[in-house]
Unconditional design. Structure first.
Length: 193
């Protein structure tokens, strides 16, 4: 066995060994509260979402190729560019006070107000690029080993929620309410820890 392998080759990564951490954008920091007794329509408790995520996806990564045809052959080459990443779906269980659901709802509501259907209802002055960055969050997915030690992280930048999943109520089942939210993002950076 090679000297640089310092573990058993039978050790493999497991699907249930991860932690997902969502960082809210600057535009939501003034409505974030940490105390559950301050529960109001215009406030969010951001940490509530961290404890209820039970599934998320690291998207596939591609660098496209092109081709030049010459004399009956095709020569492939790299385009040196990445197409946009697919949106990522995160599965979570709604808490009994809907605090974690409310975090994503308010973020979507800031991006497009549910009553007036406009962006930035409260602070509409002039739109520029720096203002849009205020509404982009970040996320980190940590991969864990069998001892729950962080071994790799995937940093998502330029994160925006694009959908919040449905809620299926049913008198015939007493299961927890599971739903999803989907986000788009601009950059994905994996880092070995």
């Amino acid at each position: 066995m090679k000297e640089y392998i310092q573990q058993s080759v039978l050790n493999k990564a497991k699907k249930d060994k991860f932690v997902f951490v969502l960082t809210l954008p600057d535009a939501m920091k003034d409505i974030a509260y940490s105390l559950p007794e301050n529960r109001q329509d215009d406030r969010v408790i951001p940490d509530t979402l961290q404890f209820s995520v039970y599934g998320a996806v690291v998207p596939s990564v591609r660098v496209d190729s092109g081709e030049i045809r010459y004399s009956g052959h095709a020569v492939k080459f790299s385009t040196h560019s990445r197409p946009a990443y697919d949106n990522v779906t995160v599965n979570f269980t709604i808490d009994n006070r809907f605090n974690n659901y409310w975090v994503i709802w308010k973020w979507l509501d800031i991006l497009n107000d549910d009553k007036d259907a406009v962006f930035m209802k409260q602070k509409r002055v002039g739109l520029d690029e720096s203002m849009f960055k205020q509404y982009q969050g970040a996320a980190t997915m940590y991969a864990l080993d069998e001892y729950n030690k962080q071994t790799m992280k995937f940093d998502y930048e330029g994160l925006l929620p694009v959908s919040l999943g449905n809620i299926d109520y049913n008198y015939r089942t007493a299961d927890n309410i599971d739903t999803t939210f989907e986000f788009s993002f601009s950059k994905l950076t994996p880092i070995l820890l």
